[in-house]
Design a protein around this ligand. Structure first.
Ligand SMILES: NC(=O)c1ccc[n+]([C@@H]2O[C@H](COP(=O)([O-])OP(=O)(O)OC[C@H]3O[C@@H](n4cnc5c(N)ncnc54)[C@H](O)[C@@H]3O)[C@@H](O)[C@H]2O)c1
Length: 373
């Protein structure tokens, strides 16, 4: 490195450090969430989605300026709060992302085609909208010296492990294209943020439920699909024998953590599981719980299991409890009641087979090929 470029490098490093310090200095520690002084500019990728729109609400409520983008491949347009500036555009458009993230203090990257089961059959679609968009968002955020990048990963990063609950330090063994793309996205976040000195945090949510979640999508959101079906007096369809187990988080509990991941000063460069580790239920038990709430006579239809489905999936919340002050505020029973209330209010919907299945063969679930939902 020549003297001039070495001096340039030192100057650039010092400048970035100053920007990071300024960012941290704009935070005041209070009550386990660092309180922000003044308005921040926040960009949310996937703002029409379930998670993105709730983050937008929270940030607007806290007095911040929110801009976001979404292609509407998932999510619902009416999820987006009126006060947010919305751009219907793909995160893959680098020049547009550079323009939109200019001057932003925080980027929440939630955009994704989060279709774990489908990813085995549509790897092109899922990788493009999981890994590639992360590269683009990072490039734009780093070019603009954004203060912090909050990356939404997924518990799919863990894959099938020998023990549960999954802990942040476990070796990742993703076992489908979605999990692989999510984990690769995390590696990219760490790599680029560390090289260029951008502050980052990685959130690992589990199965989230709550209002605004898509319930007419045949490819994901098991609880929402079951509610939409049972409210139409139709039996739920269960892959395999239904003894696979999951933990569900209510959206407000997830937002509580995501707010802290953006504003707390002691979490940078870290990864956090987000969600409860209580109430580990089988898919059969989940169907029974929903049926009980709806007084529905349950006789589920069982179809062959999906390739690569993880059998036991639950994450430890120990780190979130000790570092973010997390505790589960909403039980599974209450979460289901609120989700039922939401679907009732919006009205049941016909399922939309809106995504291409790239590989249609004998392994592809009949639920999708024959449109059984
Ligand atoms: N909901 C869960 O249970 C859950 C669990 C673990 C992780 N996550 C992660 O949380 C994030 C949000 O999930 P969600 O449940 O809110 O999903 P969602 O589908 O409701 O929201 C994602 C949004 O991203 C948008 N999007 C997809 N590709 C895009 C692109 N190329 N450009 C712009 N917008 C694009 C979709 O249209 C959608 O509105 C995802 O990264 C997901 O992997 C969710």
């Amino acid at each position: 490195m020549s003297d001039i470029s070495a001096a340039g490098y030192l100057w650039e490093t010092a400048r970035k450090k100053f920007l990071l310090l300024s960012f941290h200095e704009s935070l005041l520690f209070s009550n386990n969430v660092d309180r922000q002084r003044g308005t921040m500019k926040i960009f949310i990728s996937g703002i029409a989605g379930f998670l993105g729109s709730h983050i937008a609400d929270k940030m607007i409520k806290n007095g911040h300026e929110v801009t976001g983008c979404d292609t509407l491949i998932g999510g619902y347009l009416d999820n987006i709060p009126d006060e947010a500036e919305f751009h219907q555009v793909d995160c893959c458009y680098l020049n547009t992302m550079v323009k939109l993230t200019k001057g932003c203090d925080i980027v929440y990257h939630t955009a994704c085609t989060a279709y774990e089961g489908l990813s085995v059959f549509s790897p092109h679609l899922i990788s493009q909208n999981t890994y590639q968009i992360t590269a683009t968002m990072l490039s734009a955020a780093i070019a603009n010296n954004v203060g912090r990048f909050v990356h939404c990963s997924s518990m799919a990063r863990y894959g099938q492990q020998h023990t549960v609950p999954f802990r942040e330090k476990m070796e990742c063994k993703p076992q489908d294209p979605y999990g692989i793309a999510k984990y690769a996205g995390e590696l990219l976040v760490r790599n680029l943020c560390e090289i260029h000195g951008m502050d980052y945090v990685i959130a690992v949510p589990h199965n989230i439920i709550g209002p605004r979640q898509k319930y007419d999508d045949p490819f994901r959101n098991v609880a929402a699909i079951m509610i939409n079906l049972m409210l139409q007096n139709r039996q739920p369809i269960i892959y395999g024998d239904g003894t696979q187990k999951r933990c569900f988080s209510y959206i407000d509990d997830v937002i509580y953590c995501l707010e802290r991941l953006a504003f707390n000063s002691d979490v940078t460069g870290e990864i956090f599981n987000i969600g409860p580790d209580e109430e580990f239920v089988t898919i059969n038990e989940l169907a029974e719980l929903i049926a009980d709430k709806l007084n529905f006579k349950l006789d589920p239809i069982h179809v062959p299991e999906r390739p690569q489905e993880v059998f036991l999936a639950t994450c430890s919340a120990d780190k979130a409890r000790s570092r973010l002050g997390y505790h589960t505020r909403t039980t599974l029973s209450e979460s289901i009641e609120r989700m039922i209330g939401y679907v009732r209010e919006k009205g049941t919907k016909k399922f939309r087979y809106h995504l291409d299945i790239e590989i249609v063969n004998e392994k592809c679930p009949r639920t999708w090929v024959d449109r059984l939902f």
